[in-house]
Design a protein around this ligand. Structure first.
Ligand code: TYD
Length: 137
C-alpha cells in the first residue's frame, strides 16, 4: 500500500464552554486494536525522533500539544504531514519509514500502537528497510 495507506483521521470532538474532549475507540475510529500507548515529551529543540520502519505495526500518531512534522517514506516516495491538533491523528500502516521532526517547544506526541513493544518488528537501517519493501532479503 505504501504511503497511500497512511491517512489523517479526524477524531470526535465534544466541545462546550469547559473546553474540548476527544476520544478514540478501537475498531470504530482507527483500523486496528490498541495494545500499547506511548508518548514523547520534553523534546529538545532540533531533536529528531523515529528514524525507523515497522514490519507489522499499525500506529496512530497524535500531536497532543504543540506541533511537529512526520516524514513518511515507503522506499519509493516521501511525504511530509504536519500534525498540530489533538483531534486529528495520522494513521501509519506497516512498512513505512517515519521521521518526526520540527517539534515546537512543549510539544507532546502520543502514539497508539497495535502491538506491544517488540524490537524484532523494527527496521532500524534504511537500506535494509528499502530492500525488504522490494522483496529482497
Ligand atoms: P526509539 O525507537 O528510539 O524511539 P522513537 O521512536 O521515538 O525514535 O525508542 C527509544 C527507546 O525506548 C528504545 O530503547 C526502545 C524503547 N522503547 C520501549 O521500551 N518501549 C516502547 O514502546 C518504545 C516506543 C520504545
Amino acid at each position: 500500500m505504501g504511503i497511500d495507506g497512511c491517512r489523517l483521521i479526524h477524531l470526535p470532538r465534544i466541545s462546550d464552554s469547559r473546553g474540548n474532549l476527544t476520544f478514540v475507540e478501537e475498531g470504530k475510529h482507527i483500523p486496528f486494536d490498541i495494545q500499547r500507548v506511548y508518548y514523547l515529551y520534553d523534546i529538545p529543540a532540533n531533536a529528531e525522533r523515529g528514524g525507523h520502519g515497522h514490519k507489522a505495526l499499525h500506529q496512530l500518531i497524535v500531536a497532543m500539544s504543540g506541533s511537529f512534522d512526520v516524514v513518511l517514506d515507503d522506499g519509493r516516495r516521501r511525504k511530509t504531514v504536519h500534525l498540530a491538533r489533538p483531534d486529528c491523528g495520522l494513521y501509519v500502516c506497516p512498512m513505512i519509514w517515519r521521521e518526526l521532526v520540527n517539534f515546537t517547544a512543549g510539544a507532546v506526541c502520543m502514539v497508539l500502537a497495535s502491538s506491544l513493544y517488540d524490537e524484532t518488528d523494527y527496521y532500524r537501517d534504511y537500506a535494509t528497510f528499502v530492500a525488504a519493501g522490494r522483496g529482497q532479503p
